[in-house]
Ligand binder design. Structure first.
Ligand code: GRF
Length: 202
C-alpha cells in the first residue's frame, strides 16, 4: 500500500495530532504522518511530535508582514516534504483563499461542533446556551468559507443537565480522536485515488 504523505498543522496541545500519529504507526493506516508544523513556538504538540519521531518545526506567524508571506513559507515547506494531504488539528490561523485553493481537495480540518451548527469559536458554550441535547465534532474538507466544507465524518454525544463548557470539552476530546483517525483514513484513501488513479496499491 502506498501511503499518503500527510502533514499536521497545530497551534497548541496537539492531542488530536498525537492520536493521528499513533494511528499512523500502523503500516495498514492509509496516511503516513511525515511532518508537523506549528505557528506557535511554545506549542506542546511540537515536543510530543518530536518524541514520537516525527519531524516537527515552527513557522511563527508573528514576524511576517501579512498572511500571504506566512502561508508562502508554509506552502514551500509542505512542497519540500512532498506532502500530499494536510490535516489541520487545532491550527488557530484563518487561511487565505489562495492557500486553500492550492490545497483544495487535499486539506481537512476538525471542528468541535456538529456542523453546520456553531462555526467559529466558543462552540461548547453556544451548544449549552442553545439548550441543545447533543454536541459533537466534525471533520470536513477545507474551503475558503470558515468551517463550511463538505463533511467527511461527524460524531455526536448527549449533553447532560449539569454539563459545563469544560465538561463538554473534556468529554468531546477522546471522541474527536477516534473521529479524526477514521476521517483522515477516509480522506487519505480519497486523495490516493485522485493522485494515483488506477493504482491498486494506492
Ligand atoms: C480541538 O477541539 C479541535 O476540534 C479544535 O481545536 C482543538 C484542538 O485540540 N479545532 P488539540 O490541540 O488537538 O488537543
Amino acid at each position: 500500500m502506498v501511503r499518503v504523505r500527510t502533514a499536521i498543522l497545530i497551534s497548541g496541545t496537539g492531542s488530536n495530532m498525537e492520536a493521528l500519529i499513533r494511528a499512523a504507526q500502523s503500516p495498514d493506516y492509509p496516511a503516513e504522518i511525515c511532518l508537523v508544523i506549528s505557528n506557535k513556538p511554545d506549542a506542546k504538540g511540537l515536543v510530543t511530535a518530536t518524541k514520537l519521531g516525527i519531524p516537527a518545526l515552527c513557522i511563527d506567524h508573528n514576524p511576517y508582514a501579512d498572511r500571504e508571506s506566512f502561508e508562502r513559507d508554509i506552502h514551500a515547506v509542505l512542497i519540500d516534504h512532498d506532502i500530499e494531504l494536510v490535516a489541520l488539528a487545532g491550527f488557530m490561523r484563518v487561511l487565505t483563499t489562495d492557500f486553500v485553493a492550492a490545497w483544495a481537495g487535499r486539506m481537512i480540518n476538525i471542528h468541535p461542533s456538529l456542523l453546520p451548527k456553531y462555526k467559529g469559536l466558543h462552540t461548547h458554550q453556544r451548544a449549552l446556551d442553545a439548550g441543545d441535547t447533543e454536541h459533537g465534532a466534525t471533520v470536513h474538507w477545507v474551503v475558503p468559507e470558515l468551517d463550511s466544507g463538505t463533511i467527511i465524518a461527524q460524531r455526536a454525544f448527549p449533553i447532560h443537565a449539569n454539563d459545563t463548557q469544560a465538561s463538554l470539552r473534556d468529554r468531546l476530546r477522546p471522541i474527536e480522536h477516534g473521529l479524526y483517525i477514521d476521517a483522515l483514513a477516509s480522506a487519505a484513501r480519497h486523495v490516493a485515488a485522485s493522485l494515483r488513479p488506477g493504482n491498486p496499491d494506492s
